[in-house]
Design a binder for this molecule. Structure first.
Ligand SMILES: C[S@@+](CC[C@H](N)C(=O)[O-])C[C@H]1O[C@@H](n2cnc3c(N)ncnc32)[C@H](O)[C@@H]1O
Length: 262
C-alpha cells in the first residue's frame, strides 16, 4: 500500500484539495493548549502546513519518503519517515514522550492504519483528559452537473480496483472504529461535515484521478482507466460552460474525540 503513495507522490501534491480553514479552527477550538500536534500519514504536508498556523510545533510522519520530500518546509514542522507501525521506542524517540500532545490528526489516511495498535499509541501520547484526536476523509469531488454526470458511471467502472479499506471512506467514516469521547460542546464524535475545494482545469482533474490508489492498481493490472473515449466525454462535459477553470468541491467528514481519563 505504501508503494502506491510513493509512485503517485507528484500527482498527489498537484491535484489534491486544500482543507478549509474552518476545519482547523473547529479542531483548534477543542484543544485547550496549542503546543504540539502529530499529523500521521502527513503525505506532502496538506494538513501539516495549516496546523502550523494554529499550533507551535507539528510533527508530520509518513511511511513514504517520496511524499515527505514534496512537503513544504516550515520552521515549526518536523517531518519524519516511519514504518507503518511504530515500536513504543520509536514512538517516544520520533514523536513524543507520554501525555505530551495536544492533538493527533490523520487526514485521509486512517483507513489504511492498523488502528488497534495505533489507537493505543494515540492514547499514550495525548495529554489526559483533554488531548484530542481528529481524523477526516473526503469523498469524490463535485464539479457541475455535466461533469458529475460523466464522473458517476466512470467511477462505477473503477470499483474493482479500490482496496477494501476504501469502503470506510465511501461510508464517510461513519462506520470506522473510533474509541474516543465527544469533545466539549459536542455530544458525539462525528462525522462533522466540511467542504474542501480546489480550483482546477481539466488537466488537473485528470491528475486528481491519476492520484487515486485505484488508478495505480489498475495500471499494475494492465488497465488504463482513463481510456480515450472517457477522456473525450470528460472534455465535452468540461467545455460545456466555456470556463476552463472550475471549483471542485470535496465533501469532508471529520471524526473528533478526546482521550478522557482512560
Ligand atoms: C491519501 S494520503 C493522505 C496524505 C495527506 N494527509 C492528505 O491529507 O492529503 C495517505 C498517506 O498515508 C500514508 N500512510 C499510509 N499508511 C500509513 C501508516 N501506517 N503510517 C503512516 N503513514 C501512512 C501514505 O504514505 C500517504 O502519504
Amino acid at each position: 500500500m505504501a508503494d502506491l503513495f510513493m509512485k503517485q507522490a507528484k500527482q498527489y501534491v498537484g491535484a489534491r484539495p486544500t482543507y478549509p480553514p474552518e476545519l482547523f479552527k473547529f479542531i483548534a477550538s477543542k484543544t485547550p493548549c496549542h503546543d504540539l500536534v502529530w499529523d500521521v500519514g502527513t503525505g506532502s504536508g496538506q494538513a501539516a502546513q495549516s496546523l502550523a498556523c494554529f499550533y507551535k510545533n507539528v510533527v508530520g510522519t509518513d511511511t513514504s519518503i517520496k511524499q515527505l520530500e514534496l512537503a513544504p518546509k516550515l520552521p515549526n514542522v518536523r517531518y519524519e519517515r516511519t514504518p507503518p507501525v511504530l515500536s513504543w521506542n520509536e514512538l517516544e524517540q520520533i514523536v513524543s514522550i507520554q501525555s505530551n500532545l495536544d492533538l493527533v490528526t490523520i487526514a485521509q489516511a486512517l483507513h489504511w492504519f492498523d488502528r488497534r495498535s495505533f489507537y493505543d499509541q494515540v492514547k499514550w501520547v495525548l495529554k489526559k483528559p483533554h488531548g484530542v484526536i481528529a481524523a477526516w476523509c473526503y469523498t469524490e469531488p463535485e464539479v457541475n452537473e455535466a461533469v458529475d454526470a460523466v464522473f458517476e458511471p466512470f467511477y462505477a467502472t473503477t470499483d474493482p480496483f479500490w482496496a477494501p479499506e476504501l469502503k470506510l471512506v465511501d461510508d464517510r467514516f461513519s462506520t470506522i472504529d473510533f474509541p474516543f469521547e465527544p469533545v466539549e460542546g459536542t455530544d458525539h464524535t462525528g462525522p462533522f461535515e466540511f467542504v474542501a475545494e480546489r480550483f482546477m482545469n481539466l488537466e488537473e482533474y485528470f491528475t486528481y484521478i491519476k492520484s487515486w490508489s485505484a488508478y495505480q492498481t489498475a495500471q499494475e493490472k494492465g488497465v488504463e482507466l482513463l481510456r480515450d473515449e472517457v477522456i473525450e466525454s470528460f472534455k465535452r462535459a468540461w467545455n460545456e460552460d466555456g470556463h476552463e477553470q472550475k471549483v471542485a468541491r470535496f465533501p469532508v467528514f471529520l471524526r473528533l474525540g478526546k482521550v478522557g481519563n482512560l
